[in-house]
Design a protein around this ligand. Structure first.
Ligand SMILES: [Zn+2]
Length: 122
């Protein structure tokens, strides 16, 4: 997580072997081209599920015919947001978020246990 000029980047670093959704592909980052091997540049091959690390799910993730994340306006992802810490270790349930009175169009970031588990410890 990086902070500069009052902006807070909440995205997690993606790395090989990081936690991923159980039925999603494991995260793998491998060199594909390498300057050290006399290739013209460094290029990596990524294998990753779309639910890895910090991500946004489009409406079509759960609703057939819903808008895909590629059509979501970028402005929707930038600006003030409210962070709601989820205590349930397995799911975000309506009963837990109902007291927060979430309003239509409000930006919400859910801080789950996965937020901690996904951090790379070096
Ligand atoms: Zn997702």
């Amino acid at each position: 997580m990086n902070e500069s000029n009052n902006w807070l980047d909440t995205s997690l670093t993606i790395y090989s072997g990081m936690p991923h959704w159980p039925d999603n592909p494991p995260v793998s980052i491998e060199p594909s081209q390498c300057l050290a091997h006399r290739d013209v540049c460094n290029v990596s091959k990524l294998t990753i599920g779309t639910h890895t690390g910090t991500h946004v799910d489009g409406i079509n993730h759960f609703i057939k015919g819903g808008m895909g994340v590629e059509r979501m306006p970028l402005e929707a992802t930038i600006g003030k947001a409210r962070v709601i810490e989820i205590k349930d270790p397995e799911q975000i349930k309506v009963a837990e978020i109902e007291p927060y009175d979430i309003q239509a169009g409000e930006r919400i970031l859910f801080k789950t246990q996965n937020s901690t588990h996904a951090l790379k410890v070096e």
